[in-house]
Design a protein around this ligand. Structure first.
Ligand code: RAM
Length: 502
């Protein structure tokens, strides 16, 4: 499933006031200096390699101090630098990548160094733990020495708030710590999806980052800034883009995802729960309702139409039937819209939303609940995703929900859940039906599985059945510090320790 949308002449609907508000909330970045674990400063001739390990995942800018051995350098040194978030990435051949994403995301540079000895400051920000330096050439007269490698890290997260968990369960504590590290490394001038790739703001990711931020860094201004960015540059008909390019001139992408747009009301309501921000409610309530109205307009015979189903992300999977999920996400969003309408004192709208929810719930149950299977079936397919979203949407009775999540736990075949994004919602659905032990176990197995496989930060994709898989046609462009994977800290603090299953 390649996710590429190209709309010629796309002119987003710009709300300059909202964008100015977002700009005013641009955070200051905080920096720290990090050195590699001890390394060998032996002279490196043509073809020699040096692998630096910084001991932890970093996001920042790199400066190398270079010296020479031998006679006076009579030619530039050419060096290849390859930054990798994981050891596994180092085994990949950048030249062999032939996937559908840009190979420009590969963190590889070839640099000529004319002045030696000297300082080499690299122009980009990198996300990495490892740096492999390959000397492509010096000259017969000299060898290169890497005397120092310094990374100046960047984040907008206040690291002093990164309190370790002491639950008495070592695995849970480590999962909690790595999830906060993942979030911190994704917190830049916006909540990025991944500091290596795509380095921008995606709605589905933002919603999960904001939840985890609320139990950790509590940088609500950054959440507000991101919501305003989504509000400030939209599709011409008012829809929220799936993501925003958040550089100096922010612009919503011409990619639309039905489920992501419907998470805007959820993210807004959750932001308001934490802040009671009246300005944000006034500014963004109409935009949240526009997403709901769009969703409701996509109904045919009470269910979401095929075009909108096609616009649903849900998980990286080519075989997943998203029909049930699309309807369930709409019903789920209607619940948040009702809370927003209540908050806003919009009684007429609230009444209407209640009616629309009831109608949709009935239609979903009628179409997708199977008495024979005792679970939700989407066009003949029984997937974890369909069960999860139906349960989260409150589509069935509590008994049906519990039944269906038991069924989801026992599903072994395809379609597999492929991302921590989907696994997050899986755990939330288990908690919702009271399967707390199973939820905790799943969290430990799935995120713990990444730790066992060597994660320093949680990954964009992790299929225990297929380690090394990539939705992009090559692991080398996968992100290994990814926003939507940061939720264990939220789940642990808000739900496992507090027994809160809202
Ligand atoms: C990927 C991004 C992001 C996700 C979208 C759907 O390209 O990394 O995390 O939200 O896909």
């Amino acid at each position: 499933m390649a996710l590429i949308s190209i709309i010629e002449d796309f002119h987003p609907l710009i709300d300059a006031r909202l964008l100015a508000r977002a700009e005013a909330l641009r955070p200051a970045l905080q920096h720290e200096e990090r050195l590699p674990l001890p390394f060998n400063d032996a002279p490196l001739g043509k073809g020699a390699e040096l692998l630096l390990d910084f001991g932890e995942h970093l996001v920042g800018r790199m400066t190398l101090t270079l010296g020479t051995a031998g006679s006076h350098p009579d030619a530039p040194a050419t060096v290849k630098l390859f930054f990798a978030e994981t050891l596994r990435e180092l085994d990949e051949d950048p030249a062999a990548f032939d996937g559908w994403l840009s190979r420009s995301w590969i963190q590889e540079e070839t640099v000529h160094v004319d002045e030696l000895p000297g300082i080499l400051t690299l122009p980009r920000r990198y996300a990495f733990r490892y740096l492999r330096i390959t000397v492509l050439d010096t000259s017969p007269k000299y060898k290169l020495i890497v005397r120092n490698a310094l990374c100046r890290t960047e984040t907008s997260a206040d690291r002093t708030r990164m309190k370790p968990l002491c639950s008495g369960d070592e695995k849970l504590d480590r999962i909690h710590a790595v999830s906060l590290k993942t979030l911190a490394d994704c917190m830049q001038e916006v909540f990025e999806d991944g500091p290596k790739r795509d380095r921008r703001l995606w709605m589905g990711d933002l919603r999960l980052q904001a939840l985890t931020n609320a139990v950790s860094f509590r940088n609500f201004d950054l959440v507000k800034r991101c919501l305003y960015l989504f509000g400030g540059s939209r599709f011409p008909d008012g829809r929220v883009s799936a993501n925003v390019f958040a550089g100096a001139r922010p612009e919503g992408d011409d990619t639309f995802l039905f489920d992501y747009a419907l998470l805007f009301p959820a993210a807004l309501e959750e932001y308001l729960e934490g802040t009671n921000d009246a300005e944000a409610l006034d500014d963004l309530y109409p935009i949240a309702m526009e997403q709901i109205d769009y969703g409701l307009r996509q109904q045919e015979d009470g269910l979401v139409n095929a075009a909108a189903v096609k616009d649903c992300f849900i998980d990286w999977s080519d075989t997943l039937d998203r029909t049930a999920c699309a309807g369930a996400v709409l019903l789920y969003a209607l619940r948040y819209a009702q809370r927003l309408a209540e908050r806003k004192g919009d009684a007429a709208r609230l009444e209407e939303l209640r009616r629309q929810s009831d109608t949709l719930r009935e239609a979903l149950l009628r179409r997708f609940w199977s008495e024979d299977e005792q679970c939700f079936v989407s066009n003949g397919q029984i997937s974890a995703a369909s069960q999860v979203w139906m349960v989260l949407a409150d589509a069935g009775t509590p008994e049906q929900a519990r039944q269906t999540m038991r069924r989801a736990l026992s599903l072994r075949g395809t379609p597999h859940m492929t991302t921590p994004y989907m696994h997050h919602y899986f755990v939330m659905a288990l908690l919702k039906v009271g399967l707390r032990t199973e939820a905790e176990q799943h969290l430990k197995d799935y995120w713990g599985g990444m730790l066992d496989a060597g994660a320093d930060t949680f990954w964009e994709c992790w299929e225990p059945e297929k380690p090394g898989s990539s939705p992009y046609g090559g692991l080398i462009v996968n992100s290994f510090c990814h926003a939507w994977s940061c939720t264990p800290a939220y789940i642990i603090e808000k739900h496992l320790l507090n027994q809160d299953t809202k």
